[in-house]
Design a protein around this ligand. Sequence first.
Ligand code: CP
Ligand code: NVA
Length: 312
Amino acid sequence: MSQSPPVPVRHYLQFTDLTADDYAHLFARTAEIKRKFKAYEKYHPLADRTLAMIFEKASTRTRVSFEAGMYQLGGSVVHLTTGDSQLGRSEPIEDSARVISRMTALVMIRTYGQDKIERFAAHSRVPVINGLTNEFHPCQILADIFTYIEHRGAIAGKVVAWVGDGNNMANTWLQAAELLGFTVHLSTPSGYEVDQAVAGLRSAESYKIFKDPEDACRGADLVTTDVWTSMGYEAENEARKKAFADWCVDEAMMQVAKPDALFMHCLPAHRGEEVSAEVIDGPQSVVWDEAENRMHVQKALMEFLLLGRVKS
Ligand code: CP
Ligand code: NVA
């Protein structure tokens, strides 16, 4: 038998897998779990639970935040990569899911196509969390929105400027905007636009498209960007460097945003490419809080998936 959770199995494969009400709960729990961490208060609700982490792409933050977070909740982790497991030797994803989910309580996967994580989840007895796919990065947006709330309060009604690639981060911001009631100002180079169908959006009501990235930043409450070349797209690097040259968040872009606008970046960053050093290392940047919050939000997420709505 598996370590069946006391709550029905729910996966977190994309941002829309949870409701606005679930997010309100998660943000409140994150604040409480973060407070306990800062106060060195022991909190072990996941004692004897094991998280399997499967990485088919590189990671620093996702690995450290999930691994440290699970230990802090009293549980343990197993770390697998394509190269050192049978995943890299063509064992079917469905068989891997059946086996891994009999021995663990929770699975986190970072991989390429969203279809792969969906196939894994369809054959898993335990909740599966998306640790980044080509299409989505929900744990990152969870951390970003928590960070916004910590610094500025509610995000509903606010404007988030996205400057850069129409990638996994952009898709997830758009899903979050639709669900939580804010607007995304999108500016991507031609040929790198968001595909509304891939992003899984219901309508085009929660975003506006701008040709000029500076126009996207005008009046924004939050300006955010990401690498020009995401993992898995390295062969396009040279073409992307040319296409994205004007999509660098610099001081001129921050100046047209609201005076108290924040800057975020999921990291890793390339200073001088998608963001200038002045902006990422400047006073409006909250990228280190954002990175730390990955751990706090994911602890709240793991608690929620395994124990349901724990009261604060
Ligand atoms: N932001 C993020 O997911 O970072 P890693 O690639 O280091 O995990
Ligand atoms: N869009 C980037 C995010 C890295 C955390 C990538 O997919 O490589």
